[in-house]
Design a protein around this ligand. Structure first.
Ligand SMILES: [Zn+2]
Length: 142
């Protein structure tokens, strides 16, 4: 088994807001991120797949195909969008780095031929990233 990682980038806007809370509580917990006009990030995505090296091609997966899948399923959907307002993935969850990693996993899982999704890493900034390995908690798996 070998791990192979492909990077992709997208730019998107978001804000942090919990509808169950008062405006004061949202501002206290989320600070400037609670500004509902939103703000943007240049996100970097790293998608790692696990599989066996094909003895004929030397590949785990066709890299061109992997790039196309990332483009179709994630980058083309999220890029230059307001995640809270335009992307159904975040209709009921706050588009934090953590939740974006989970949403990207859901979009890609089962879509990559001959390989299994191993890790989704999302960088919101160069010094902040979240990793998801497909282990859903009770609540999220429903
Ligand atoms: Zn932000």
């Amino acid at each position: 088994m070998i791990l192979l990682t492909r990077k992709a980038e997208f730019s998107a806007a978001h804000y942090y807001w919990n509808n169950a809370w008062s405006e004061e509580q949202n501002e206290r917990i989320f600070g400037k991120c609670a500004n509902r006009n939103g703000h943007g990030h240049n996100y970097t995505l790293e998608v790692t797949v696990a599989g066996e090296v094909d003895p004929i091609t030397g590949f785990v997966v066709d890299l061109k195909l992997l790039k196309e899948i990332l483009e179709r399923e994630v980058v083309g959907v999220y890029d230059h969008r307001h995640l809270n307002l335009e992307i159904p993935d975040f209709a009921t969850v706050i588009p934090t780095t953590e939740n974006i990693a989970v949403a990207v996993w859901r979009r890609l899982d089962g879509k990559i031929p001959n390989a299994r999704l191993h890790r989704v890493r999302v960088y919101e900034m160069p010094d902040l990233f979240a990793d998801f390995y497909g282990e859903f908690g009770e609540e999220a798996s429903q």
